[in-house]
Design a binder for this molecule. Structure first.
Ligand code: HEM
Ligand SMILES: [Ca+2]
Length: 605
């Protein structure tokens, strides 16, 4: 069988959905340095004709028309004119009863989901609008009316007979509408459009900062290094002022709270560990470069180390992560494969923007792999402790106490991940952000509500856009969904065309050798294609200013996440295929050996 390669790009970025009002009327005027050899911090000037493409603080594009009741901002209604089913009701009727955990049959470990979140924070930041009242929920919940501030119009109602939350007396979950160009950036993009505060490119901006100010605030300006706090003899990210920081301050029982390029770094232990490891890794690379090139000034060391870390992240995403997420065969036939002896060819007419359908829908499907527990596992591979994921959100305290850091990362490496089923785990479905000021949240309800908030079109529209057979009735769904699920959908929604994108995408069976269904695969591939082939600084692009040499590319393509783990922790060994649990991946590599690959002599000049 021969497959013709077909580009997975759905929409090229021209016409009415490209946010031209923003670029023509509201965008800052940017002047670009010709021949710059490094990326800018905020992603501007990557595309020389359209210097804002892919930059931080630009609107998400849309693959399909926004769907709002008033065509502008009001949440869509069902075909029969009634309100959409409540997100928590969908969770309860369709998903929660199967929220038990089962193990990933393909032996993927926790790094698969943790790296997914890490990569997401590189490319997407759809911030909630925190202007207006401090909290949106009044208990008991009050009817939404015209006096309700717009930020709070979509708080999530909890039914009075909720099987889990009733006993906590909770009737409302916090939800704030996303920041939009019109509400928060003074630009009348209509229909309303959310803004991406991250740079679209995979450039490790979640580590370095998506804005110039943030980036400067975490540099030492000495030896190219990033700031660190030394705690118990180990490097950590610098600490925030104790209060008034985004994700720790609402808790009064937090000992440490860190700062880095992206504000979400304290959200969970795994993510904080990743940010810490990549910070250490940056400093290791900067130190190595300084040894080889003692004459290089701080800024050169910083930029070269930053470029290296961004490049390595691109390598991991395209060569290691996406083949598991989307399936190897699909990666090959869609041209997304990253090969050792091929180089990426830059396409300056491709718009490297994220899509609303991706960030407000399809790329949330992997939330179904989030683990319920973290295992701390010691050198002898004994489980020392097992803690609930949700008990340690926004509270990274354990990481600074030895030997927790190593034990946590070792645990993530050898614990089998959660099987990708049509459900989120029980704890994240009921107790997310427990003991925060905001109270318990349900990640799935939030995700469904977010899709509606940002006008994501319903499932059938997107499935059709992806080239699959049109779905005209609930019955048509039985071709690929179970009768039970179709029955439940029919009871919830007035028409098949009302089904939320995330709900349909989650219920689809995963594609053959991937972890998401065909609709999510299609929307995710579109974005990862455009942010690779539309990135002038993609690490294996040739003949651009600052392009890497053959030898430098060769070295980078031989590195993976395992090298980062080995270089930045006291782990002794890691699986050769870093997203697989040790026990089932054929080979285990000693860190000593791995670290020999980190020879940077090709960077000497
Ligand atoms: C590791 C644990 C994770 C937790 C606790 C978590 C939690 C969250 C939360 C609370 C939000 C904000 C929801 C909203 O207000 O709309 C969010 C957004 C999002 N998450 Fe996750 N997530 C995790 C991992 C992942 C993974 C593995 C992926 C994908 C591979 C992912 C993809 C997304 C996307 C695309 C968004 C929305 C866009 C954005 O602001 O970046 N997340 N997640
Ligand atoms: Ca980025």
């Amino acid at each position: 069988l021969v497959f013709r390669k077909r580009s997975p790009v759905i929409y090229n970025g021209d016409g009415p959905r490209s946010n031209s009002i923003y670029y023509d009327k509201c965008a800052p005027k940017v002047s670009c340095k010709r021949n710059a050899i490094y990326r800018t911090i905020n992603g501007q000037c990557n595309n020389s004709k359209n210097p804002l493409w892919g930059a931080a603080e630009t609107p998400y594009i849309r693959l399909s028309e926004a769907v709002y009741n008033d065509g502008v901002y009001e949440v869509r209604k069902q075909e029969n004119g009634s309100r959409l089913p409540r997100p928590r009701g969908i969770q309860l009727d369709l998903f929660l009863r199967r929220s038990f955990d089962s193990r990933d049959q393909y032996h993927n470990n926790y790094h698969l989901s943790q790296f997914g979140q890490w990569a997401n924070h590189d490319i997407s930041l759809m911030n909630p609008d925190t202007t207006g009242p401090e909290l949106c929920c009044h208990n008991p919940i009050q009817p939404i009316n015209s006096n309700t501030p717009y930020q709070c119009q979509l708080v999530i109602e909890v039914p009075t007979n909720d099987p889990v939350l009733e006993s906590y007396g909770q009737t409302c979950m916090e939800f704030r509408r996303a920041m939009t160009a019109a509400n928060n950036f003074n630009c009348p993009v209509i229909p309303q459009t959310p803004m991406n505060q991250a740079t679209s490119f995979i450039d490790a901006s979640q580590l370095y900062g998506h804005t110039v100010d943030t980036a400067a605030s975490i540099r030492t300006f000495n030896g190219g290094r990033l700031k660190t706090d030394i705690i118990n003899g180990h490097q950590f990210c610098p600490q925030k002022r104790r209060y008034r920081s985004l994700l720790c301050d609402e808790r009064n029982d937090v000992g440490v709270c860190f700062e880095a390029g992206d504000p979400r770094l304290n959200q969970n232990l795994g993510l904080t560990a990743y940010t810490t490891m990549f910070t250490r890794f940056h400093n290791i690379i900067a130190d190595k470069l300084r040894k080889l090139n003692p004459q290089w000034p701080d800024v050169k060391l910083y930029q070269e180390a930053r470029k290296f870390v961004g490049a390595l992240n691109q390598k991991i995403v395209y060569a290691d992560y996406l083949p598991i997420l989307l399936g190897k065969s699909f990666i090959k036939r869609s041209g997304l494969e990253l090969r050792k002896n091929r180089r990426t060819i830059y396409n300056p007419s491709l718009m490297p923007q994220l899509t609303t359908e991706f960030a407000g829908g399809a790329f949330r499907v992997p939330h179904n792999t989030l683990p319920s527990f973290y295992n701390y596992i010691d050198k002898n591979y004994e489980i020392v402790d097992s803690v609930k994921f949700v008990d340690w959100m926004s509270k990274p305290d354990p990481l600074v106490k030895e030997p927790n850091f190593e034990d946590l990362v070792r645990g993530m490496t050898i614990t089998t991940g959660r099987m990708f089923t049509p459900s989120f785990n029980f704890y994240i479905s009921n107790f997310m952000f427990r003991s925060h000021l905001t109270g318990n949240q349900d990640l799935l309800s939030v995700d469904i509500q977010r899709g509606r908030d940002v006008g994501v079109p319903p499932y059938t529209t997107i499935r059709k856009l992806c080239g699959f057979k049109e779905i005209a009735s609930f019955e048509d769904l039985t071709e690929f969904l179970s009768i039970e699920d179709v029955g439940a959908l029919k009871a919830l929604y007035s028409s098949v065309d009302d089904i939320d994108l995330l709900v349909g995408a989650l219920l689809e069976s995963p594609v053959d050798d991937g972890t998401v269904g065909p609709t999510a695969q299609c929307i995710i591939a579109d974005v990862f294609y455009r942010i690779r082939f539309g990135d002038r600084f993609f690490f294996d692009v040739q003949n651009q200013w600052g392009s890497y040499s053959q030898e430098q590319v060769r070295i980078l393509k031989n590195l993976d996440l395992g090298h980062v783990l080995c270089a930045t922790t006291e782990l002794e060994e890691v699986p050769k295929y870093i997203f697989k649990t040790t026990r089932f991946s054929s080979t285990i590599i000693k860190c000593k050996r791995h670290l020999q690959d980190l020879d940077l002599s090709a960077w000497e000049n």
